[in-house]
Design a protein around this ligand. Sequence first.
Ligand SMILES: [Zn+2]
Length: 155
Amino acid sequence: MKKKNKKNKLFSFLKTYNFETLVLFLFLLGIFLSTQDFDLSDFLRVTIVSTFKGTTSFLVKSFSNIASIFQGIRLSNSLGAIILFSSIVLIFRRIRFRMINNSDIKQKACKVCNGELGRKKSKVYLKRIGLLMFLKLKTYDCKNCKKEYVIFKSK
Ligand SMILES: [Zn+2]
């Protein structure tokens, strides 16, 4: 029974963070491809050439001609950079999405005591975070229990 619970927990964790897992995988793949000396274009060329070796020499020639265009470019490195860049963009967008979603107050009332909320000056470090993430922010506090709420919104 306990084992099953553990399994379910892991499953729900993966379900909630499947996007993050994918991004992390892409991120690591990006790092691997851009740091390793593994030349993908060379690998592709060899594969393509050997695949078509049995066919006419004309086909082989044209394929190795096309492949030789890519020979000078470290395809795997540029691919790594592209993947790395896109995963950073995806992570950034996901963090923004979570910040907006997690800070949202549905009824504009305190979640603890349902008290009325009043505007407050935002803290400087929070403003900096907002600026960094391209988000607007407003700080509220509960007039009743003084609980603070920081709400992030897209600009
Ligand atoms: Zn309250």
